[in-house]
Design a protein around this ligand. Structure first.
Ligand SMILES: Nc1nc2c(ncn2[C@@H]2O[C@H](COP(=O)(O)OP(=O)(O)OP(=O)(O)O)[C@@H](O)[C@H]2O)c(=O)[nH]1
Length: 579
């Protein structure tokens, strides 16, 4: 009876602890530091427990020693699978890598992990040295053997690799797994394991064995039997994953998706283009839009009304190095929660496109990415003037672009358009060019797909966005801009708004690079813009959450003057925030 209970207890404890580890490991990466800290405390407690139980030869002593050995092993698994204690190599092998070199790389992927196991094993042995209760130590050793042998076997080649258990941040390890029916080591692994199992089982059943010995050897028998089972599972066609399904629950399955990024300078027509993409979207494809508006009031999220598409606002400000982790986490959450087929991203006109592409390259995102498309929208009417001031910005953007959407062609004559096209061609001769009006391509077959192929390094310090002293800038200030946002509480007529915008365009309140907003006109609504030095006002269809507001970007902004100017006709304006 003691033996039966001990066998069942060992299996249950082992299964439950494995499920827990798989579960914790599938949670969002920000939780890892807490899981790891918890596991480390548990590890410390288990080492203490091993020491305390080493001289205890009661039945309880056998149980406690087993649990302590199991938990000490758990730390090794947690620290490795969470990517905290791994090895110096964090990438797959290059094409054609093989033989000993490949084996060397494989060792490098988990060198620290293996050294940590050795150090832990030394500690476990030292703490129980010369004492009668060695069951905890043996539990640790058996788990180590299971681990090493299974690892060598998956490297040499087996049928079931169970790759789905590899968390995303370790997917590069797949390159070290081999799928084949069997390998030469396998029969040895099985034979050795079977011999050990028989020996420990005999000890459990031996005449005159105490309850302590019966339970202790039963634990070891159960662990060894699991080792054998685990090995057979590697080569026999068995649906082993079902055993761990409880642990996999924490992993939001992510569907492969296409990322489509719309970039362009302030006011070039990105939102207009995005609206067109949404209007033409295949309703069968689940589409999510990420907008990253510059300014506190997030006007774009309100303007992108996309039928079935859901709109998510990214953290305010520029997408750049410092925000990269946030954006990655946010995107990961969107992918897991919303399961999109297609993600449209409109970074603000001053965002660092390279940093955004870098986010798509992170190990959390990249494995799910089917394709990246990059649309670069150019304001044909404002290009020559903007380029004079911000040529570095345009040069970086142009270099990355597979396709230029040369927009606002209605505002330029043929000569000016030719100048824009020639400049773009000199910046990136390989890019395709599509002429557009209100982001609608004209005279062009509609099949252009701007797939990003081998692209230049996404974002390197020391590139054009760094100044000569090596300081890296990003965001609006890098381009010498500041922003202001105002809430417009009152109502104003189209005529009042137009005359006010004309004063803004004239530079009465500083240099306005971009303004956009919505305002009330009696019972109606107006949407207004200043882009490329031109003001426009159109009727706006309000949404429930709409509030009248304006966002301004420029330099030398006269905030007080602006507040007063908007307050005059709007009667009751509040200055909400300035940045
Ligand atoms: N005349 C003209 N106006 C356009 C064209 N395309 C867009 N616009 C207008 O230009 C203004 C800016 O367009 P948006 O699509 O909001 O530009 P954006 O690039 O999203 O702007 P930000 O997000 O602020 O950088 C709006 O008033 C548009 O209606 C065009 O081809 N011709």
């Amino acid at each position: 009876m003691t033996i039966a209970i001990a066998l069942v207890a060992a299996l249950v404890l082992w299964w439950a602890s494995t499920v827990l580890i798989i579960y914790l490991d599938g949670l969002r990466p920000w939780t890892f530091k807490y899981s790891f800290a918890g596991a480390t405390l548990v590890m410390a407690a288990s080492l203490w427990g091993l020491h305390e139980t080493a001289s205890d030869t009661s039945l309880t002593g056998a149980y406690l020693a087993f649990v302590a050995g199991l938990l000490a092993w758990g730390w090794q698994e947690v620290s490795f699978y969470m990517g905290i204690v791994t090895g110096p190599r964090k990438a797959a092998c290059p094409e054609g890598c093989g033989g000993w070199k490949h084996f060397g790389h494989a060792i490098q992927t988990s060198l620290w992990h293996e050294l940590a196991i050795i150090a832990s094993a030394v500690a476990v042995v030292a703490l129980t040295w010369g004492q009668p209760n060695q069951f905890g130590t043996w539990t640790f050793m058996i788990l180590w053997w299971m681990h090493q042998s299974a690892k060598l076997n998956v490297f040499l080649g087996v049928r079931n690799l169970n790759e789905e258990f590899l968390p995303e941040h370790l997917t590069f390890l797949k390159g070290f797994l081999n799928k084949r029916a069997m390998n030469l080591l396998f029969p040895f692994s099985i034979t050795i394991s079977t011999v050990i199992t028989v020996v420990v089982a005999q000890a459990a059943f031996a005449d005159g064995a105490s309850a302590f010995e019966q339970a202790g050897y039963s634990f070891l028998t159960a662990m060894m039997a699991l080792a054998i089972l685990e090995h057979w599972m590697l080569v026999l066609p068995m649906p082993t994953a079902a055993l761990w399904s409880a642990g996999l629950k924490s992993r939001g399955e992510i569907r492969p998706f296409v990322a489509e990024i719309v970039v362009g300078f302030l006011g070039a027509g990105k939102t207009t283009f995005l609206q067109r993409l949404l209007a033409e979207a295949d309703p069968a494809e689940k589409t999510v839009v990420l907008v990253n508006d510059f300014g506190e009031l997030g006007i774009d999220a309100g303007l992108v009304s996309g039928g079935d598409a859901e709109v998510v606002e990214l953290p305010n400000g520029c997408i750049c190095c410092s925000l990269r982790g946030d954006v990655t986490d946010r995107l990961r959450t969107v992918l897991a929660d919303m399961q999109p087929d297609r993600v449209l991203i409109e970074p603000s006109g001053v965002a660092d496109v390279g940093a955004l592409l870098g986010v798509l390259e992170t190990p959390e995102i990249k494995p799910h990415l089917r394709e990246t498309r990059l649309w670069t929208v150019i304001d044909a009417a404002a290009f020559v003037a903007d380029y004079a001031r911000l040529h570095d910005y345009f040069a970086v953007q142009a270099r990355l672009a597979p396709v230029f959407i040369v927009n606002k062609t209605d505002l330029v004559d043929g000569e000016e358009l030719a100048t824009v096209l020639d400049t773009l061609a000199s910046l990136n001769p390989r890019a395709e060019t599509v002429l557009a009006r209100h982001a609608q391509p004209i005279g062009h077959e509609r099949t252009v797909v701007p797939v990003l192929g081998d692209r230049p390094e996404p974002h390197v310090h020391g590139s054009d966005s760094d100044d000569r002293a090596g300081h890296h800038h990003h965001g609006p200030d890098a381009l010498g801009f500041e922003s202001a946002s105002l809430a417009l509480d009152g109502s104003l007529s189209s005529a009042q708004l137009r005359s006010l915008l004309a004063r803004l365009v004239d530079g009465e309140f500083g240099r306005i690079a971009r303004a956009k907003g919505i305002a009330r006109d009696g019972d109606g609504w107006l949407k207004f813009d200043i882009a490329g030095g031109r003001a426009s006002v159109t009727a706006h269809i309000p949404r429930d959450e709409d509030t009248a507001r304006v966002m301004l970007i420029g330099s030398d902004l006269d905030r007080e003057g602006l507040a007063t100017a908007f307050a005059e006709p709007a009667a009751g304006l509040r200055l909400v925030a300035t940045a």
